[in-house]
Design a protein around this ligand. Sequence first.
Ligand code: ASP
Ligand code: MG
Length: 403
Amino acid sequence: MGLIVQKYGGTSVADVDRVKVVAQRVIKNKEAGNDMVVVVSAPAGMTDELIELAHEITDEPPAREMDMLLATGEQHSIALLAMAICNSKHCAISLTGYQAGIRTDNVHSKARITEVQAERITKMLDEGNIVIVAGFQGSTDDDAITTLSRGGSDTSAVALASALEADVCEIYTDVDGVYTADPRIVPEAKKIDTISYEEMLEMASLGAKVLHSRAVEFAGKYNVPLHVRSSFNENQGTIVTKEGEAMEGVVVRGVTHDKNQAKMSIFGVPDRPGIAYSIFKALASAEINVDMIVQTVSKNEKADISFTVSKSDLRDALEIFKKVGENIGITDIAYDEDVAKVSVVGIGMKSHSGVAAEMFEVLAEEDINIQMISTSEIKISCVVKTEDTEKAVKAIHRKFIPS
Ligand code: ASP
Ligand code: MG
């Protein structure tokens, strides 16, 4: 008995039959004596359809109106799920993010949750209701609707779980949990039983699609236990939790890849204090995340800088460089969308050396060229040509994950 926050992703509420299955699952947990808060995504594909719809009207929809439109996908799901539950002897009430007290900053389409005012939910739970909340959305101080970036319903669920001090936050999806690699590429990939927040955060940021990285960041910060599992069966999934002693024994927890990457290079950058700041400040102000920055040794007081951004940010990044570049005298800009990032993650790397060399060796054996490298205490990432992605992931998995 306790308070459970469950989140169901798009495939779990893809059609009416799936919604009925979810309703049964929620009711079962309620009848076991738990207070239930359920966060849902839009039905699978709906958010994409809404984006296309907007683009039939204009190439550049106003950010505020785009969020207003996208938030309707989740609203569809909450109402249907509440109806399905109310069909039984239980009571459910659906709430939009705004109604649920989810407050955000005003960065449309990538808003961050600033506060959860949970009193309304608490009151409804006390009255015996099952509370259904629209994921992926919140509202600003001016009551404008915002969305949290694609896949953001996970973050809504974790934020609610934290605010309500839930016993667990269960993330329901269409796979059995988090795997050592994408099973579509590596059929031998194994489900991970337990993973630390730190590792999960790296994996999510580096392309493992099963969890939204902000959700993991949030969960780690507020110590919300996560259970990632399938809504299609009763199997135990993956527990994401605080780092435990036994965890360091595994050197590489997982192998990830991310094809949503683009490489940008800027040439002839003046080599003097303040230049990197002005470049990356401009990108940061536009909420563009930069990764894997490499600067060459300068010749004639000019250097070249390469870095990666997500493909979806490339256009905006180029625009910014046109402006900033003129100011600081950059001579040339190039970009390459035909790249992918392949990474290994594991907290065991803190105490094991030589993992990078082994990873480079595997790639050399496969005749794969490494374009960029970045490392942290618990991860190593290489940028390779897109077409080499699958080959690289397979070979690296074979090397590091015992079968
Ligand atoms: N419906 C949103 C999306 O497709 C949010 C989510 O699924 O978490 O990105
Ligand atoms: Mg999702």
